[in-house]
Design a binder for this molecule. Structure first.
Ligand code: NDP
Length: 314
């Protein structure tokens, strides 16, 4: 072991609703949890606005504020919340090893994974080239830069509907590019899109190329039924087509499906490795809600506590 190695009873990887809920339970159970927050402290809720469906907030709450509250609650009971990214793991022995930021080694009796998921991209060369120069996967983070301008958003799920509605309040016009002739978004979200006078829905529409050299100047789109191509003069292009679980670092160690969602034993947070528990969006491709993530974070802490007790480690 290098002299930078530290041993902890319970290590939590990730800082969304799952990670913080696990931390609250683990800290109150005297497991002295240490949390590494990852690249996006607070997780996906820090890039959303109103959360109206989390019980306990009758007036709704802003996502970033909710995550500050979660963190405060976890710290109140002694969670050691740290900035840092887990870059490698070694689950060979009963004591699990992780490397943080490529250098610091931490060993842990139990590990709770709560690494969440990240935005997916279309995969176009122009999208990559113009990323940060008018192309964004987060309307709430970047919409403000396009105030008073015309923008497009691709996707047809709840995220796309929510972000299109958000953008419609800032921008003169929002073009919503939907690849099929219907939306996947829930009825209430679709209705909000349809109620916004300045959102135009382009059905059966694919993105061919985002135009512009140093900044977005337009987008070339194609109607998949007629094959007809046209250009929209926009300055912002938002991608809202779903997410990928942040589980690459666990490949080869933990069982996962072909997309990368971690597999847990039904009705529990147990992975295929003893003492390693999974929670939140990293292990949930179906519900993906803050409240379900928090619920599974709680399960992971309870499972970890039981595991440590059974092993005589707590
Ligand atoms: P989803 O997977 O639900 O939707 C992704 C959308 O992107 C689909 O409409 C899909 O089209 C489209 N899409 C995927 N790939 C492409 C592509 N290459 N080109 C064009 N379009 C593409 O992801 P979301 O992020 O919208 O939602 C994830 C989960 O989070 C859902 O369960 C959702 O309900 C939930 N959520 C809830 C919210 C709330 O309640 N406030 C807010 C945001 C999300 P197609 O339909 O054709 O497959």
């Amino acid at each position: 072991m290098s002299d930078t190695t530290e041993h902890v009873k319970c290590l939590i990887i990730g800082s969304g609703p799952a990670g913080y809920t696990a931390a609250i339970y683990a800290a109150r159970a005297e497991m002295k949890p240490v949390m590494y927050q990852g690249l996006q402290p607070g997780g996906q809720l820090t890039i959303t606005t109103d959360v109206e469906n989390y019980p306990g907030y009758p007036e709704g709450v802003q996502g970033p504020q909710m995550m500050i509250d979660f963190q405060k609650q976890a710290e109140r009971f002694g969670t050691d919340v740290r900035w840092g990214m887990v870059t490698e793991v070694d689950f060979t022995g009963p004591v699990h090893k992780v490397t943080v930021d490529g250098e610091k080694e931490v060993t842990a009796d139990s590990i709770i994974i709560a690494t969440g998921a990240s935005a997916k991209w279309l995969g176009l060369e122009s999208e990559e080239r113009l990323n940060g120069h008018g192309v964004s996967a987060c309307a709430v983070c970047d919409g403000f830069f396009f105030k008073g301008q015309e923008v497009a958003i691709v996707g047809a799920g709840d995220t796309a509907a929510e972000e299109a509605t958000y953008l419609s309040k800032l921008c003169t016009k929002v073009h919503m590019l939907v690849r099929r002739d219907e939306m996947r978004a829930s009825a209430i979200m679709q209705q909000r899109v349809k109620d916004a006078a300045n959102i135009e829905i382009h059905w059966n529409t694919e993105t061919v190329e985002i135009l512009g050299d140093k900044a977005v100047e337009g987008v070339r789109i194609k109607n998949t039924e007629s094959g007809e191509e046209s250009t929209l003069n926009i300055t912002g292009f938002f991608v809202a087509i779903g997410h990928k679980p942040n589980t690459d670092v666990f490949k080869g160690w933990l069982d996962m499906d072909d997309v990368g969602y971690l597999k847990v034993k039904p009705g529990s947070s147990k992975t295929n490795i003893e003492g390693v528990f999974a929670s939140g969006d990293a292990a949930d491709k179906i519900y993906r809600q803050a409240v379900t993530a928090a619920g599974t974070g709680c399960m992971a802490a309870l499972d970890a506590e039981r595991y440590l007790s059974e092993k005589g480690l707590h």
